[in-house]
Design a protein around this ligand. Structure first.
Ligand SMILES: [Zn+2]
Length: 509
């Protein structure tokens, strides 16, 4: 046998059965090509936090793997459905620690063909390992062989959906990966591990495998479903598997590469699905703090951008109110620092969350950590409460360190005002998100919104994504009903300096 399970498996039957299943998944000396079709879902872009999840895209993929030389090429054709609508065609090529993306892979702020950064590379490789146990097991056996360390071990029996399974654990980052092997078929039914999500912290990743078929001794699952916290987010059906296919000599050629950065790769590895979930939406969501650009709207009102997502800071006599904590903890820390250096004598007293979607709520815990009161729509209260309470052990953040008890205030049918009417917060329901807070700043007659109308983002004459028009037309009706005196519209996306109210009328005409 090319592997040893060590002392934990003392029963010869178990050793034999596990040797057989590992052998059927040991792809170290084969290359293979898989043609598949699939769908992505996104639980944290739903109409409400409790779902059902949004279906952002469908895809066709041709995946070519050459594990002996640590090479893969994934050719994607993705049909992006909602909220963006587009078709993107691109390949991801990974060779060892270098990679390349052959074309624009997202719809919003598309980047052309480029060398792949280390975080994306780590996330691309990890997702393929999770979806293809042959890659995972082949790599674990190779690591075990090369290091002499025990990388794979038998950890015992467990029932799964009423059927007995043997559980094999593979040492991996950020957490071990467990394979559940059905006793009756000796096939892997399920893989279980964990990774990080910015608002939700430690999240469980489960991959269910079925319809196993043999190709010259190697076993391949034809149905694969990846779940995130119990929700299926990636389903693919394989149409065709070819072993040792004829490959074009250019298959693994990288026209350009980036130097490998282990710290960036680690960030991509532990936040793997964060990257794939953004790609599935056709909209990149940064993993780092990104650049910070401050645009002064008045001495007391500053728009904070630099990346795709913006915040707004409003200084009142008693302190500063920040609207929206997008992306992640690091982004929030950078925004907090910028606000504090602009108004050093004023504490940040409040954080207003526009809506629960993960690209807007990802950095909320950093504001809880500094003791700001969190203002959220009534229907988002449970979601935010859970985000604050959930374990964040894979990527411990400042709230873990601070140990503060955050306070949450909700906005219901009655609007909420701060600073004696200087700020009015209105809750509306939108086809984009059933709970959405709009923030009106009286001194500058400004209305801030997230995702309902992006002022200045779509140039005049360019056809906007159809769902954006739906959101903006609905937004206009809701805003008209509020009867506010608005001069300037600022969005969580779009022009940092905002656009006149007229831009909404022109966009929705
Ligand atoms: Zn949204």
């Amino acid at each position: 046998m090319p592997f040893s399970l060590g002392v934990s498996a003392q029963d010869d039957d178990i050793d034999g059965a596990i040797a057989e299943v590992l052998g059927s998944l040991d792809a170290q000396s084969f290359s293979f090509r898989i043609n598949a079709q699939g769908t992505r879902w996104e639980p944290l872009q739903a109409l409400r936090p409790e779902g059902p999840p949004l279906r952002p895209s469908d895809f066709d993929i041709v995946a070519v793997h050459d594990p002996a030389l640590d090479r893969m090429r994934l050719s994607w054709q993705r049909s992006i459905i909602e909220p963006l609508t587009d078709n993107v065609v691109y390949d991801e090529i990974v060779v060892g620690n270098e990679g390349y993306i052959t074309g624009a892979d997202v719809a919003l702020h598309p980047q052309p063909a480029r060398a792949m950064k280390s975080d994306r590379l780590a996330a691309v490789r990890r997702q393929q390992y999770l979806l293809n146990p042959q890659l995972l097991v082949g790599d674990a056996l190779r690591r075990q062989h090369d290091t002499g360390q025990q990388v794979i071990r038998y950890v015992g029996r467990q029932e799964l959906d009423g059927a007995p399974h043997r559980v094999i654990e593979i040492i991996a980052l950020p957490r071990p990966i467990r394979l559940y092997v059905a006793l009756d078929s000796n096939r892997v039914s399920r893989l279980v591990t964990q990774e990080n999500d910015f608002p939700c912290g430690d999240v469980e990743i489960v991959v269910a495998f079925s319809d196993w078929r043999r190709h010259s001794g190697l076993a391949f699952p034809y149905q694969v479903e990846l779940s995130w916290e119990g929700e299926v987010i990636h389903r693919e059906t394989r149409q065709r598997v070819e072993l040792n296919p004829q490959l074009d000599p250019d298959t693994f050629v990288l026209p350009e590469t980036h130097p490998f950065d282990p710290a960036v790769a680690k960030r991509g590895l532990i936040n793997e699905q964060w990257i794939h979930r953004a790609t599935a939406m056709g909209a990149p969501i940064s993993l780092d703090a990104g650049e910070l650009v401050l645009v002064r709207i008045s001495p007391d009102v500053v728009s904070i951008g630099g990346g795709i997502h913006h915040s707004l800071a409003i200084a009142l006599d008693s302190g500063v109110v920040v609207v929206d904590p997008p992306q992640n903890e690091d982004r929030s820390r950078a925004v907090i620092e910028a606000v504090t250096s602009r108004w050093p004598d004023k504490p940040i007293t409040h954080l207003i969350l526009s809506h629960h979607h993960h690209d807007h709520s990802g950095g909320i815990r950093a504001y809880a950590a500094i003791g700001a009161e969190l203002i959220v729509a009534e229907g988002d209260r449970n979601f935010v409460t859970q985000c604050l309470a959930r374990p964040h052990t894979i990527n411990p953040d400042t709230l873990v360190a601070a140990g503060t008890r955050p306070t949450i205030r909700t906005v219901g049918d009655n609007s909420l005002s701060l600073g004696g009417g200087a700020i009015e917060i209105h809750r509306i329901s939108s086809p984009h998100s059933a709970e959405n807070l709009l923030v009106y700043v009286a001194s500058v007659k400004l209305l801030f919104n997230a995702d309902l109308f992006n002022p200045g983002l779509v140039p005049p004459g360019v056809v906007p994504p159809p769902h954006w028009l739906t959101y903006s037309r609905d937004f206009r009706r809701k805003v008209e009903a509020l009867n506010l005196d608005i001069e300037l519209l600022v969005g969580a996306h779009g022009a940092l300096e905002g656009r006149p109210y007229q831009s909404l009328i022109s966009f929705t005409a």
